[in-house]
Design a protein around this ligand. Structure first.
Ligand SMILES: *Cc1c(COP(=O)(O)O)cnc(C)c1O
Length: 467
């Protein structure tokens, strides 16, 4: 198995090199040369396996033997040992039609932990095995930063710096990042918004001499390892359903912003998970819904919503979908992305829209509908959804065609993480201890101006450059 770029200008590379490269050096996204298919019989034989076992089976198809089986098993086991549910990702039945898969039992209470706990351990493994210097740089609107920091804190050979917009992440998200006292963690609180943070790190990654000298590594969902780790829970969700419920396949509703969560589902389907409808749920930042419904991919004004982790205009994984949609034609992908850059939008023909709609259906959920869904499920089912998970459930309710069979809706965060929204509808919740104890801990962060130079100056002192 080798990995290539959606733009076709990266020579095929192996699994670990792909992991370290992150974004393709030609500006494209990294994808596997071919997607391995799992036969129906084999898939059924995985029923009853634990999440780590399913993950091992899936990853073995992609790692090329670059990580010996024994090491891979241990990496995976260590990554999920800190999840508080015995199932790691429990599937909760709401009614005969709908189950919710809870992806938030990791250390930072959001689904980012599913991929990032593993990636943190994999970075530490590569640092040790290859003597690589690993300096992680990321920007966050809250969840990714907390999760990435938790995954590498105190690990030998790794330094991590995360930029967050000052005062614009939820209180719990800020505490999860800034109460970590390990010396290999640097939190920068930027005087600006999330887009400013994102722009600063993009500029630093684009500065090739800086990137090379400081061995900058990425943790966002441009990294294919993150996409692949997320694909595993689509297998697991399917396998956890009772055999008679899944006999006709399964439908999945997916809260997404960057197209990362949903692309993982698309990949799982291509590998052989019998997913019928893949329902894409967005909040009021609905570029992806407009793309699927109308065939126009065009960013519009940014809106603040109750589900801030999905407040995204440019979906970085969109290009991966485009690549498969265009029959793996990297010249055509390059042409369309160039056009997008020049014109600020992409439009698709009627025939193309019909094909897109065979892959995906989409619903955007208003702020009001999000809160109403939380209220309704609490009242009717005694189940408390967080605002991101509520977008998924609201999209399921509107997805129509329930005669297709059972639905799984992905729950991406614990409600305690987004108490600001839950409070608005008068629901009082009890915080898990691991969240309430954060409020008493001292915080550690550095305030920094909204400028690349100011950030770079701090990084030069913080990062290590020798092996
Ligand atoms: C990041 C995040 C999402 C969306 O994930 P994408 O990678 O943008 O698809 C949804 N819910 C929560 C809670 C998140 O943190």
């Amino acid at each position: 198995m080798k990995y290539i770029s959606t733009r076709g200008k990266v020579a095929p590379i192996g699994f670990i090199d792909m992991f370290l490269m992150g974004l393709g050096e030609d500006g494209g996204l990294i994808v596997p040369e071919t997607i391995p298919a799992i036969a129906e019989e084999q898939l059924q034989a995985w029923s009853g396996l634990s999440f780590p076992e399913v993950m091992f089976n899936v990853f073995s198809l992609y790692t090329n033997g670059e990580i010996p089986d024994e090491d891979l098993r241990k990496l995976i086991e260590d990554s999920y040992a800190g999840f508080t549910s015995p199932d790691v990702l429990p599937l909760k039945k709401i009614n005969d039609e709908l189950s919710v898969m809870e992806l938030f039992h990791g250390p930072t209470f959001a689904f980012k932990d599913v991929a990032l706990q593993f990636m943190g351990n994999l970075y530490a493994y590569v640092a040790k095995k290859r003597g690589e210097v690993i300096n992680i740089l990321g920007a966050t609107s809250g969840d990714t930063g907390a999760s990435a920091i938790s995954s590498v804190r105190g690990k030998e050979g790794i330094q991590i710096c995360i930029l967050h917009p000052n005062g614009k992440v939820s209180r719990v998200q800020e505490l999860q990042m800034t109460t970590v006292q390990d010396d290999n963690v640097l939190n920068l609180s930027v005087e600006g918004n999330f887009d400013d943070c994102q722009r600063i790190i993009k500029d630093l990654f684009a500065d090739v001499s800086f990137k090379t000298k400081y061995h900058l590594r990425a943790i966002n969902s441009i990294n294919f390892v993150r996409i692949l780790a997320q694909a595993v829970y689509y297998f697991y969700a399917y396998l956890k359903l009772p055999a008679e419920a899944r006999a006709n396949g399964v439908n999945v509703s997916v809260p997404t912003g960057n197209f990362g969560n949903i692309f993982s589902g698309y990949l799982a389907k291509k590998m052989g998970v019998p997913i019928k409808q893949l329902v894409l749920a967005t909040n009021e930042n609905n570029i992806l819904e407009r793309f699927i419904r109308e065939g126009v991919y065009r960013p519009e004004g940014f809106r603040s919503t109750h589900s801030p982790s999905m407040d995204i205009q440019i979906a970085s994984n969109f290009e991966r979908y485009l690549y498969y949609f265009l029959g793996e034609d990297s010249a055509e992908v390059t042409a369309r992305m160039d056009r997008f850059k020049a014109e600020g939008q992409l439009t698709f023909t009627e025939e193309e829209v019909a094909r897109i709609q065979r892959d995906l259906s989409a619903y955007s959920v208003s702020n009001e509908e999000c809160l109403e869904t939380i209220r309704k499920y609490k009242e009717e089912h005694g189940y408390l959804l967080d605002p991101h998970s509520a977008c998924g459930v609201a999209a399921y309710e509107r997805a129509g065609n329930k005669s297709d069979g059972v639905f799984v809706s992905l729950a991406t965060a614990h409600p305690a993480k987004f108490d600001e929204a839950i409070k608005l509808i008068g629901i009082e919740q009890e915080f898990p201890e691991r969240i309430s104890e954060l409020f008493d801990k001292p915080q550690r962060q550095v305030d920094v101006d909204n400028s690349e130079a100011a950030v770079a100056a701090l990084l030069v002192d913080f990062y290590r450059v020798d092996g």
